[in-house]
Design a protein. Sequence first.
Length: 252
Amino acid sequence: MNLVVLLFVAALCALVYFARHPIMRYVAESWVVDEPAPHADAIVVLGDDNFYADRATHATELYRQGVAGIVVASGRRLRPNAGMSELMEHDLVERGVPKEKIVRFAHDADSTSEEAAALAHFAEERKWKSVVLVTSNYHSRRARYIFQKVFPAGIVVSVGSARDGDFDPQRWWEKRKSIKLFAREMMGMLLALWELRGDGSRSAGQVAELSLAVLGPGGVYSFGSRGLWKKLTLPFTANKCCNIFIFLSRIP
């Protein structure tokens, strides 16, 4: 009997090992949400676009398809008179969106939840009934969850997923930066699920502290809920593969 169990466990481990790449590919592809509404009052490009301006590029594509006649360039304020929204406006104009069709929205948000709250108030002021969010592919699922929780029920939120030069769902486990992005998104999603549970409001004084470890190429990458991370070198190499461990360490 013990031999049968041992053989079963060995066979299961072998199956997981040989199927690890398809499994990780399926997980990443399932994580990405790309379901933009065919028509909306505005296309909202979320801030902190990457070096390649992939979010601005995808927003321009949706604008040309006639999804909406207004594109909101959302971005953090870096100086009293300048910020990420101005840079995004430049990227949008460079790609073909008329400047008069772009609305800059500067904010002081430090997280997706805070950006969602600021944009919700902005959308209400404009009396919009629907918006299409444009964000990076790895960020799309968490962004949709947060915005649908934070936005008023009368505003329909859908998401257009922009390809990202730093995250390829087909091969994300092969690059350290991709592993870092995906790991932080999974941790961020857990934090969002906790903070926005119930009616979507965060209870005062209840803050989840999350820690996460990723076994990837060359060692273990340790992340904190504030985005801090460090690498711990291992005596062996995890080539083209990674395992992710997530811990909810403390909930006061």
